[in-house]
Design a protein around this ligand. Structure first.
Ligand SMILES: Cc1ncc(COP(=O)(O)O)c(C=O)c1O
Length: 432
């Protein structure tokens, strides 16, 4: 058995935090509620590593939940930020950096002809739903069980991420009248979507989904699923929306839509396009985006939206990602990791189902395949919780939930991956 971590300072700080903030955190999954032990309080991050306040170093596979695809605190991002900082932190007025990032996003993401910047993925999804309704004149929306689209009222129905991790039903405080318009279907189940359209003629504004699910663990679309959604939405005069907050610029430079060759009408983004600063965005066909205020009547605004610091971090991050070979490196590294994890589990006779695409991965401690949230729930969460603690003790920081995807970065080296696989081998043999 590995020595326990020295986490004295983390415990003190988290102990104090619990009296200051609900659950001691600013966002629920960070509280480690579904794994063993208390959270680690971070002191600093660099490249693929995070250091806690007690001086322990971890190889980080959370990457601030997605943004850190070039590695934490990349020197070029930091230096670009320092330069921008000298000019001020927020203008509340147009700035040329917005044009630059908008051009980069429009060039990269097939569905995006025009984009609006906001400050988080939640905000992007909330706004896109309003736009779906404004454009179609219909109120209902279809989402999938286990997909997470931020914490706005109408999406807190069978949601993934913290809602799934903490086993919450729907959140109190969400009016029934709000979620009455949210219809749900199992992921990868095209027939269920067709039935919903048949049962609700001319009432559904569109379908929103994570084209690759990262908030119910890691679930990939089965062949034909995304294509089928494209068809069924078109046939019914409804919009198809890819929530690429997690997958955007991660599954490929142009997101999951580029990788799978299916172009939605609208796309939401966040995480990577902010390079570690708070950014979200939604975009799509000009005809639809022109409905957004002040071009059109659909109101949406933001004091800090498009602020120069966030735009700078996003631009620099995309420039780094655009360099030759980035995605090949991410793909190979991540596949090596997941193959290693699967082999390690099998050596200890532990049931596992794991997959990766580009810089995103996940594994469930159960026999596969896992095609939807219902199947994901058969994973052994108690065993995952033990595994998570053991991995921490060996210097590996995994998402503190059996239902979250993992993220690699350009900063992770072969050595990091090898040490991670070794830690998995040891941990699996300890929990076998
Ligand atoms: C697919 C997806 N959509 C929306 C969100 C919400 O983004 P944010 O946490 O920036 O509000 C997330 C966050 O994890 C996400 O993964």
């Amino acid at each position: 058995m590995t020595d326990a971590l020295n986490t004295k300072k983390s415990e003190e700080i988290f102990g104090a935090a619990k009296n200051l903030m609900p659950g001691g955190v600013s966002s629920p999954v960070r509280a480690f509620k579904s794994v063993e032990g208390d959270p680690i309080v971070f002191d600093r991050v660099k490249g693929p590593y995070a250091w806690d306040v007690d001086g322990n170093r971890y190889i980080d596979y959370v990457g601030s939940w997605g943004p850190a695809i070039c590695g934490h605190a990349h020197p070029e991002v930091i230096s670009a930020l320092q330069e921008t900082l000298e000019k001020g932190t927020s203008f509340g007025a147009p700035c040329v950096l917005e044009n630059k990032l908008a051009e980069m996003v429009i060039d990269a993401v097939p569905s995006v002809e025009m984009v609006r910047f906001v400050n988080s993925g939640t905000e992007a999804c909330m706004a896109v739903l309003r736009l779906m309704r404004a454009f179609t004149g219909r109120d209902k929306v279809i989402k999938f069980e286990g997909c997470y689209h931020g914490h706005a009222d109408m999406f807190l129905v069978k949601a993934g991420s913290g809602v799934a991790t903490l086993g919450l039903p729907d959140s109190p405080g969400v009016p029934r009248s709000t979620t009455a318009n949210t219809l749900t279907a199992p992921y990868n189940d095209l027939e269920a979507v067709k039935e919903l359209f048949a049962e609700n003629p001319d009432a559904i504004s569109g379908v929103i989904l994570e084209p690759v699910v990262g908030n119910a663990g890691f679930i990939t679309p089965e062949p034909g699923f995304l294509e089928g959604l494209r068809e069924v939405t078109q046939e019914n005069g409804a919009l198809l929306v890819f929530d690429e907050v997690m997958t955007g610029f991660r599954i490929s430079y142009g997101g999951a839509q580029e990788r799978f060759g299916v172009t939605p009408d609208l796309t939401t983004m966040g995480k990577v396009i902010g390079g570690g600063l708070p950014v979200g965005a939604y975009g799509g066909r000009k005809e639809i985006m022109s409905m957004v205020s002040p071009s059109g009547p659909m109101y949406q605004a933001g004091t800090l939206s498009g602020n120069p610091l966030a735009m700078t971090a996003g631009i620099k991050t995309l420039e780094l990602l655009k360099q030759e070979g980035s995605y090949e490196k991410l793909e190979a590294l991540t596949k090596k990791l997941v193959d290693g994890v699967i082999t390690a589990a099998k050596e200890s006779n532990i049931a596992i189902y794991g997959q990766s695409i580009s810089a995103m991965f996940g594994f469930y401690l159960c026999e596969g395949p896992v095609r939807n949230f219902e199947e994901a729930k058969s994973a052994d969460t108690n065993r995952f919780s033990k595994l998570h603690r053991l991995m921490l003790q060996k210097g590996i920081y995994l998402a503190p939930s059996a239902f979250e995807a993992g993220f690699t970065s350009l900063a992770h080296s072969e050595d990091d991956i090898n040490s991670t696989i070794k830690a998995f081998q040891e941990s699996f043999s300890e929990i076998a």
